[in-house]
Design a protein around this ligand. Structure first.
Ligand SMILES: [Zn+2]
Ligand SMILES: [Zn+2]
Length: 288
């Protein structure tokens, strides 16, 4: 079973890739299953139905420089509508699952709860991602600015733990050490945050949740996997079994990027035997 469980399309503010392109590319690559996970980031982005959307100049990954991005979440009715059509169109060729990437914070839990309740009958899979703290973005350095590396790392993980205790309608923790991607000071030593990461992983395991291996670490040029091998190993040692693999592709170029390498690392370096796909928020285990 080959499955990419973290994919963006035109329904994410920072991607222009039509959904059918991602599907055709996945079929070309021989994938059995894909799950779309479009962005929702309450606090910094509005829902389309609220109207009065502002736009910003785009220079994010997968977005051509100079283009504009709407400060808007996934357009849910259009997204789920298109998924129905695509699932019908590509039936028998590939399995297409319906997911969202919740860029959640402790201050936006209520909005995500409402969203989840509204679409729970449609959703197969939800990524728990922390992209901002107190509405301050990491990729712009707004969150890190004015803080020491120790301060922003500790605050980031504390905010994840706090939010996990408030919100449980998710499947896996996405790119758990995301801050590494945007840290001008380099990789913060694992040992210094091991205790809080262990608490996060124990919480996820006891809640029946998992973690994601995000293969975009390769194209971001990170020196380790995301999350790091140390975190993956700790998760396994603590008894964690639920694990998904996702490319976080915002264009066809990165779809299933380094997936085979990722699987080999999980199996041969870390010692996992299985990974998961999801259906109606329930994990299904497959051998690696
Ligand atoms: Zn993300
Ligand atoms: Zn993503």
């Amino acid at each position: 079973m080959l499955a990419d469980y973290h994919i963006h399309t035109e329904f994410s503010d920072d991607s222009n890739e039509p959904m059918e392109n991602q599907i055709r590319r996945a079929i070309e690559l021989g994938l059995d299953e894909i799950c779309f996970t479009e962005h929702v980031d309450y606090g910094i982005k509005k829902d389309w139905e609220e109207g009065d959307i502002t736009w910003r100049g785009g220079d994010g990954i997968g977005t051509p420089k100079g283009s504009m991005e709407p400060l808007a979440n996934c357009n849910y009715p259009e997204y789920f509508g298109k998924l129905v059509r695509m699932r019908e169109l590509f039936k028998g060729e590939i399995t297409i699952k319906q997911g969202l990437e919740f860029g959640i914070q402790s201050i936006t839990v209520e909005q995500f709860q409402k969203l989840y309740d509204r679409y729970s009958d449609r959703l197969d899979f939800v990524l728990f991602s922390m992209h901002q703290v107190d509405n301050k973005e990491f990729w712009t350095q707004d969150f890190q600015r004015g803080r020491t590396q120790k301060e922003y790392n500790e605050l980031y993980y504390q905010e994840i733990l706090k939010t996990m205790k408030l919100f449980r309608n998710y499947s896996v923790l996405a790119h758990l050490d995301l801050l590494v991607r945007y840290d001008p000071a380099g990789v913060y030593p694992f040992e210094l945050v091991e205790d809080i990461i262990a608490e996060i992983l124990k919480q996820a395991i006891s809640d029946g949740k998992g973690i994601e291996l995000n293969t975009s670490s390769w194209h971001y040029g990170l020196s380790d996997t995301q999350p790091s091998r140390a975190i993956l190993k700790l998760y396994k040692d603590l008894g964690g079994r639920i694990l998904t693999i996702g490319s976080d592709a915002h264009s066809t170029k990165y779809l299933a990027d380094h997936m085979h390498e990722a699987r080999t690392i999980l199996k041969e370096e870390i010692g996992f035997q299985e990974f998961c796909t999801f259906e109606h928020m329930t994990p299904i285990f497959h051998s690696l």
